[in-house]
Design a protein around this ligand. Structure first.
Ligand code: GDD
Length: 329
């Protein structure tokens, strides 16, 4: 019998890469999708249309984090060996506008899932996607798994609640439950309103004459950016250990939004000065500072290290935008 994995958030960037990673290792992969009038499955469409994959080793189920009955039913039916909980409202800026629904999905949704897992007769290994945003404005830099959380956004606070609940359920109820503390991770499949994709997309569109300028918020903001494909490998590795514990995944290197702009525009032969402007609409009420991670534990125990660097990632993302739009790369 192949091992079975169930993924919440399977249609997202990480969910789609994780699906490919697990299928490549012989897993039967099940995904939870929300039933809406327009189903966003573009990141999975290459698998969905493959008759040798969809309905064979890949299955999608309708359920929702805010509809516990549906989720419980899927969990009971699938009876997975591994459960990757990646779903939730993941845009930090947006969480200032819709804090209640962000907390409902990210915080309460995770607690509901833990309650279901606790009741399962067959034990499941749970991975929960935490975030560097939980550190907010940390007193120490770089951060590790023991650094106290000081979130500065509703999203960060919701993730702290969910992460702490995972720890509580691991300790109090003996669940095999792991938090990944994930720093920013990007790819050509990144959502279009995250800053790296927004910049790479604009650089390609301006180069091809489809856009004139790019408006950004705080370009001095700095992040520890890695590649999503490296991070999903870390998720999987963290569930293959005898003892469940939390792991931090980061590149350990800080870059500014301005650095992203410069690499992306240079990669298509453009001078960013002629096209980029600041727009207060994209500024956030509060920004975290010094979010840079120390992934020593993941390196030592999991043998994990990031393989794709910042410049390679941004150049690939920009080039992918040109390929997708039909321009010469
Ligand atoms: N989105 C966006 N749009 N961000 C901008 C812009 C803009 O026009 N201009 C500047 N920024 C700045 C943001 O203010 C932030 O400081 C930085 O760019 C990165 O923003 P995002 O790409 O939206 O990512 P994030 O760091 O807020 O959140 C991502 O990483 C977290 C891990 O730390 C998300 O993937 C979260 O879900 C994830 O947990």
């Amino acid at each position: 019998m192949p091992p079975k994995a169930l993924i919440t958030g399977i249609t997202g960037q990480d969910g789609s890469y994780l699906t490919e990673w697990l299928l490549g290792r012989g897993y039967e992969v099940h995904g939870v999708v929300r039933r809406t009038s327009s189903l966003e499955r573009s990141r999975l469409s290459h698998l969905y249309v493959d008759a040798a994959v969809y309905g064979q080793s890949l299955h999608l189920h309708y359920a929702d984090l805010d509809d516990p009955t549906t989720l419980r039913r899927v969990l009971l039916r699938v009876a997975p060996d591994e459960l990757y909980h990646l779903a939730g409202q993941s845009h930090v800026g947006l969480s200032f506008d819709i804090p209640e629904s962000t907390c409902e999905m990210t915080a309460m949704g995770t607690l509901r899932l833990l309650e279901m897992v606790r009741d399962l007769s067959k034990p499941v290994r749970l991975f929960h996607a935490g975030s560097s945003e939980m550190f907010g404005r940390p007193a120490v830099s770089p951060q590790n798994e023991d650094t106290p959380f000081l979130p500065v956004s509703p999203y960060g606070a919701a993730k702290v609640f969910a992460t702490q609940m995972v720890r509580i359920y691991r300790e109090a109820h003996g669940l095999y439950a792991v938090n990944g503390i994930l720093y920013n991770h990007e790819s050509p499949r990144r959502g279009e309103n995250f800053v790296t994709r927004k910049i790479c997309r604009a650089a390609a569109a301006i180069r091809d004459g489809r856009q004139k300028e790019l408006s950004l918020g705080d370009t001095s903001a700095r992040r520890d950016w890695g590649d999503a494909r490296d991070y999903v490998r870390g998720m999987w590795l963290s569930l293959q250990q005898d003892t469940p514990r939390d792991y931090l995944f980061a590149s350990g290197i800080l870059h500014s939004v301005q650095d992203v702009v410069e690499v992306a525009f240079a990669s298509v032969g453009l001078d960013w000065r002629q096209h980029v402007r600041q727009d207060p609409r994209f500024m956030r009420p509060a920004e975290p500072t010094n979010l840079v991670g120390d992934a020593s534990r993941a390196r030592a125990i999991l043998g994990w290290k990031p393989e794709i660097g910042f410049e390679q990632l941004i150049t690939e993302m920009t080039s992918a935008e040109r390929t997708q739009s039909g321009s010469a790369a």
